[in-house]
Design a protein around this ligand. Structure first.
Ligand code: C2E
Ligand code: MG
Ligand code: MG
Ligand code: MG
Length: 297
């Protein structure tokens, strides 16, 4: 077989590529019914205090337990769900599931209940009534708003000042904290963000990768992050570093003044029972500044 490659050239039929496209199509068309069939689960990745190693919160990360393809990570389906709009239903499901779980942890561990941080797609801001969904879910699950954080990317809060701004205002008046996810990968700036009701920045992992003596040390990253953290703190925002993979990175980030960290150095995203057993352990002892605490599971 031959097929046109779209640029007016004819190429040999590539079965692998075709299979890939078929899978995408198949996945895309079954996303909505998969939500109804309950094929998704949520794992939770710890967010840890850099100074004391205490588990402060968890990020909810969705997985698809596909009947034929097995366990799929979000990079296989979140983009598709955003394209066809299924993200609205899926996102609502993740939100409810996460709030219910966080409420359970709060009841079991009232002294050290972690907050739950849930990713919100652009479409959830524009094509659904996010404020009503959040209000209803908090009421139904009994989770106090202070234990919910919503992660939005720069592109979700940028652009028109209208709908995103109204949504953020209503959510923060409700007592829910807004965090900017993957900060530094978009085009927004702190001056703009400081005018929005945003409480936290999540510094993208690509900055952290340049830290320490790992494969691609980039001294400029450290300079930029130092300045960002300082400015963010002056604007009243807390800063979480994403993608922390080594003790050295954690140590540098702590020295710079980052508040919390998330990454494989501490823990991967875990099923809820494993977060539960972390919470049952005595809170991690505060350690000397030099010694980087590690959360064990
Ligand atoms: P994100 O929100 O930036 O989440 C962090 C991603 O980095 C997660 O990937 C996490 O497993 C991964 N990660 C954590 N620590 C490390 C580390 O030390 N090194 C490296 N290399 N990676 C690390 P995951 O679970 O595959 O999720 C990917 C993306 O999918 C998320 O990026 C988020 O944008 C999206 N996503 C996940 N769950 C949801 C959801 O429920 N709704 C929406 N709208 N998006 C979601
Ligand atoms: Mg996130
Ligand atoms: Mg992120
Ligand atoms: Mg990221």
């Amino acid at each position: 077989w031959a097929k046109e490659d779209g640029k007016g050239r004819w190429t040999l039929f590539d079965p692998e590529r075709n299979a890939h496209r078929m899978t995408r199509l198949a996945l895309s068309s079954t996303l909505r019914s998969a939500v109804e069939r309950d094929e998704f689960t949520v794992d939770y990745q710890p967010l840890v205090g850099l100074g004391d190693g205490v588990l402060r919160g968890v990020e909810a990360l969705v997985r698809w337990q596909h009947p034929d393809l097995g366990r799929l990570t979000p990079n296989r389906f979140i983009g598709l769900a955003e394209e066809n709009g299924a993200i609205v239903q899926l996102g609502r499901w993740v939100l409810e599931q996460s709030c219910r779980q966080a409420r359970t942890w709060q009841l079991e561990h009232p002294g050290n209940a972690p907050f739950v941080s849930v990713n919100i797609a652009v479409r959830q801001v524009w094509d659904s009534d996010l404020v009503a969904d959040v209000a209803r879910i908090l009421a139904r699950t009994g989770l106090p708003p202070e234990l919910l954080q919503l992660e939005l990317t720069e592109s979700a809060v940028m652009g028109s000042a209208g709908r995103p701004l109204q949504t953020l205002r209503a959510l923060s008046e409700m007592g829910v904290r807004i965090a900017i996810d993957d900060f530094g990968t978009g085009y927004s700036n702190l001056a703009y963000l400081s005018r929005l009701p945003v409480g936290a920045l999540k510094l993208d992992g690509s900055f952290v990768r340049g830290f320490g003596s790992d494969q691609h040390p980039n001294p400029a990253d450290e300079t930029i992050v130092t300045a960002l953290v300082k400015l963010a703190h002056q604007l009243g925002l807390t800063v979480t570093a994403e993608g922390v993979e080594s003790a050295e990175q954690a140590e540098r980030l702590h020295a710079i003044g980052c508040d919390t960290a998330q990454g494989w150095f501490y823990a991967r995203a875990l099923p809820p029972e494993q977060i539960g057993s972390m919470l049952r352990q005595a809170p991690v002892r505060p350690t000397a500044a030099r010694q980087v605490p590690r959360v064990t599971v």
